[in-house]
Design a protein. Structure first.
Length: 95
């Protein structure tokens, strides 16, 4: 009987490559930020359009912030989102 590799099996192997691991972790951080923006917006009961209006940007920009591929997360933008959603921005350096 053939043994099939699971995604986890493949990932364990791929993460042995330092370059892959670096990029994988970077993508994870971007997705984490995007998820937290979506969660804050939902908990505040805001649509993307309503959040965009509160932070003085377009709905399309909010959509980009939430899709995990956005590269322009600035502290200023994240502070505006926190204020608009009634949340608090916290930045940590973890060792």
């Amino acid at each position: 009987m053939k043994k099939y590799l699971t995604l986890e099996d493949v990932l364990v192997e791929e993460l042995k490559d330092p370059e892959f691991k670096k990029l994988y972790e970077e993508e994870g951080r971007k997705l984490d930020i995007a998820y937290k923006i979506v969660k804050a917006r939902h908990q505040a009961g805001l649509t993307q359009k309503a959040l965009a209006k509160k932070i003085r940007t377009s709905q399309a920009t909010v959509a980009r912030l939430e899709n995990g591929n956005y590269l322009g997360y600035s502290v200023h933008t994240l502070e505006k989102i926190a204020l608009a959603t009634g949340t608090r921005l916290e930045i940590q350096f973890c060792f």
